[in-house]
Design a protein around this ligand. Structure first.
Ligand SMILES: [Zn+2]
Length: 420
């Protein structure tokens, strides 16, 4: 038990050192020679101070990203190896005979412990983005969001875990297949309902106040055959300086949303380009491909998790304090494996996403034909988020669902040259 934990911590520390070396000493994030001095070169559109801040901020953010995920794994391993998971299960059984309530009690202790250990990292990340002027939330607002997040997550987990363990107990061999069948409506629900039901829990949505701009956006939507009647604005400026916009919903429920930060920082032409990009996703049905992709990945993921869980319990059950997959205290192992698998497929998921984002860029420039506005919107995006124009390779494959700003501006410049 001690050995498992010290080995895990040792491997984690070596990984941390490697990532520090990679991100701060090894990776070269300068602009390739052939693009120096072009509109893709941040030196041409950022002040030296912004340039320095964006490099520093991105490096720290990248490091935190790479530290956080394996840190979760470490927590799950420790919870299992120290016998805490079994202890929580014991408390749950003492509290009540009802299995649904047992799940509630067990999950409460597990979520609480995980939150206590991950909160400092979230807080550092919050402080960092606040320090660099990206996050504009007060500490109490930030904490309020963390608390809402805890409870939303808790309720969601309650539903998922209750059903999951009921399936495992009832169909020990095939539970993963039935769990997959049930996950399909769930994925669809999250994709289409979340923007309408969950997101408003965190932020205020209201119709776009600038009616002239709304008319232009709706005219663009009509050109793209999107049956939207209103454009919504969401109040994000209390929380962040980053920019965003999206189109969501199905058929007549289509909804175009703009963060108020986007309205404040971008010119009209730039906003129209961003909207055209979002409409591109909608028209090319990327959301449906996304749902199909997640449904497939969930099937493979659950199958592999089932195999690995049973194998690990057989081999290391004593050390992890798990006798049987049917017992609730095997849950941290389930989370650990799901997280490990998601992290390993994230480069693939990101690559598909980058491909779609590029397609949306192409769609947008063909619709608006305004290369200048498109380029300046990407430049402003970089400035607003202090993002790296040319991130290190590992950062790109693990973190970037969008092409890098360098790639996006270079594409626009090439498009413009071809048009001439
Ligand atoms: Zn996009």
């Amino acid at each position: 038990m001690r050995k498992t934990i010290s080995w895990s911590i040792g491997i984690y520390l070596i990984y941390v050192l490697f990532m520090i070396w990679y991100l701060f000493y090894f990776a070269d994030t300068s602009i390739p020679k052939e693009f120096k001095g072009t509109s893709a070169d941040p030196a041409t559109f950022l002040t030296p101070r912004e340039l320095m801040l964006s490099e520093q901020y991105s490096q720290m953010k990248n490091l935190l990203f790479f530290l956080a995920i394996p840190y979760d794994w470490l927590i799950y391993i420790a919870i299992l190896a120290l016998g805490l998971s079994r202890k929580f299960q014991g408390w749950a059984k003492e509290t009540t005979k009802w299995s649904a309530l047992q799940t509630a009690v067990y999950l409460f202790w597990l979520s609480l412990l995980v939150t206590v250990f991950t909160l400092p990292l979230h807080f550092i990340s919050y402080l960092l983005s606040k320090e660099y002027g990206i996050n504009t939330q007060t500490v109490s607002h930030w904490l309020k969001d963390e608390i809402i997040h805890f409870w939303v997550n808790y309720v969601l987990m309650m539903m998922i875990v209750s059903v999951l363990y009921w399936l495992i107990r009832k169909f020990e061999k095939r539970w993963w297949f039935y769990a997959w069948l049930l996950s399909i409506p769930f994925i669809i629900f999250l994709t289409f309902i979340q923007p309408v039901v969950i997101d408003p829990l965190y932020n205020d949505f209201y119709p776009l106040r600038d009616k002239e701009l709304e008319a232009k956006i709706l005219a663009l939507a009509e050109q793209a055959n999107i049956p939207a009647e209103h454009v919504f604005e969401v109040n994000m400026s209390e929380k962040t300086n980053a920019l965003n916009a999206y189109v969501t919903g199905i058929g007549p429920n289509s909804r175009i949303v703009l963060w108020d930060t986007t309205l404040e920082r971008l010119q009209e032409d730039e906003i129209l380009f961003i909207m055209a990009h979002e409409m591109g996703h909608y028209v090319m049905k990327h959301i449906y491909w996304g749902v199909a992709g997640y449904v497939l990945l969930t099937l493979i993921g659950l199958y592999v998790t089932n195999k690995l869980m049973k194998w690990m319990i057989k081999r290391w059950g004593v050390c992890l304090h798990i006798k049987d997959i049917k017992e609730l205290n095997s849950l941290p192992l389930f989370f650990l494996l799901i997280s490990l698998l998601s992290f390993s497929v994230s480069p693939l998921v990101n690559a598909v996403s980058r491909y779609e984002e590029h397609a949306a860029d192409r769609y947008a420039i063909e619709l608006t034909k305004n290369t200048e506005a498109a380029i300046s919107s990407f430049q402003e995006l970089t400035r607003a988020g202090l993002s790296q124009v040319n991130p290190p390779y590992l950062v790109k494959i693990f973190r970037y669902g969008h092409p890098t700003i360098l790639e996006r501006i270079v594409f626009l410049n090439m498009y413009e040259q071809h048009r001439k």
